[in-house]
Design a protein around this ligand. Structure first.
Ligand code: SAH
Ligand code: SF4
Length: 362
């Protein structure tokens, strides 16, 4: 990626002006975003993070919301070049959790005082519409948890059925807004279709989450700026931004990981642009930078997603290596988190944690 040019006074002033504009009205041009993403000077970087943190405080306050994630199947019909669950990874033992096991995980999430369950999987052809709907209904009946789905691209009729069964939110990262990178890294998938899925989900009344992978091979800061503008244009409610992590059993094994620093910059700009969205400190960041989730919480993030996948399966949901030992994993995490948050003036969120669009007072 290109390095910064903002060390001279003139460029430094322009960077300062771009931050000020973003703070004032959340407006940034693609050039302005690129300028912020290319900051290298530590003092300017600090200014960016402080500005994002202030906007986070103004629009979503000091609450940090927890979402319990259950990775219920690692079967996938897709072959994304970056992902360890890709169909061509024949070395990976596959699993599919039973409905009873998923429900038990939902009860553990509820018992931990967490109000949202995130059900995530590969694009598993055996997860029929009926099966997923029954699961959503049972979770709703037995726990009343808010249900977030992250099961990939499905036909509009499925999204409708899941919504009618009670699903509230849907995570579907765009991954990259560059048509070239998308075509290269997601063979057999169409960029327009993924965007169409997001529009359908929005029309059906879901809270939608989207986002990108930072540091994909060949990606530059202009691509990342386009990702950020898309996130705003689609009016995402949740924004997931994580670094690329090379998986040894994929064609991208020899490629360098995305940089934690760039990931934090993208996250900070996302907060400046989108104001009131819910933005997690992602597990991917916590995997390659053990302190990454703390940094993310101070650069615009307000959500953490502890992993409630049973330990027997956790190591097999290896989208990228090291994920199962990420520093944000349960069981010790929630207790430790509460203490830490208190020390830094933050609290664990209560209530359902839907997006609040207006600035909070006081
Ligand atoms: N199959 C669904 C959900 C599971 S994948 C889907 O693709 O939407 C969840 C996320 O994992 C993806 O959105 C992608 O951003 C991320 N991911 C996959 N492989 C990764 C890698 N090697 N490094 C970082 N993130 C990765
Ligand atoms: Fe499957 Fe999602 Fe991985 Fe692509 S990113 S291979 S769709 S699990």
């Amino acid at each position: 990626m290109e390095s910064a040019t903002s060390t001279s006074d003139g460029a430094g002033m322009e960077t300062g002006a771009a931050i000020a504009d973003a703070v004032r009205n959340g407006e940034l041009t693609r050039e302005g975003i690129v300028r912020l993403l290319e900051i290298a000077d530590p003092e300017e970087l600090q200014k960016l993070f402080i500005a994002a943190d202030a906007i986070r405080q103004r629009f979503v306050g000091s609450e940090v919301f927890l979402r319990g994630i259950v990775e219920f199947s690692n079967f996938c019909r897709r072959d994304c070049l970056y992902c360890g669950l890709r169909l061509s990874n024949r070395d990976l033992p596959r699993y599919r959790m039973e409905e009873g096991e998923i429900l038990a995980a939902a009860h553990r999430i509820k018992a931990a005082g967490i109000s949202t369950i995130v059900l995530q999987s590969g694009e598993d052809p055996c997860q029929s519409t009926v099966r997923i709907c029954r699961l959503i209904r049972r979770i709703k009946d037995e726990t009343s948890l808010v249900v977030t789905l992250s099961v990939g691209e499905r036909p509009l009729g499925d999204y409708l059925a899941f919504r009618e069964a009670g699903a509230n939110r849907y995570l579907l990262k765009q991954e990259t807004s560059s048509p070239e990178l998308y075509a290269r890294f997601r063979p057999g998938c169409r960029h327009e279709e993924r965007q169409q899925c997001l529009r359908h989900l929005k029309e059906l009344g879901y809270e939608i989450g989207t986002g990108n992978i930072v540091g994909l091979p060949g990606q530059n800061t202009a691509d990342l700026a386009a990702d950020l503008l898309f996130i705003r244009e689609i009016d995402a409610d949740m924004v997931g931004i994580g670094p690329f992590i090379a998986h040894p059993q994929t064609p991208l094994a020899p490629c360098p990981n995305g940089s934690p620093a760039m990931t934090l910059k993208v996250l900070a700009v996302a907060r400046l642009l989108t104001r009131s969205t819910n933005i997690p400190a992602t597990t991917a960041l916590a995997t390659i930078a053990p302190q990454g989730w703390r940094d993310a919480l101070q650069s615009g993030a307000n959500v953490i997603m502890p992993n409630f996948t049973p330990v027997v399966y956790r190591g097999l949901y290896e989208i990228y290596p090291g994920k199962s030992s990420a520093s944000t994993n349960v069981p010790d995490f929630p207790e430790m988190l509460e203490q830490e948050l208190r020390d830094s003036g933050r609290i664990i969120g209560t209530g359902s944690g839907f997006r609040k669009r207006q600035e909070i007072s006081g």
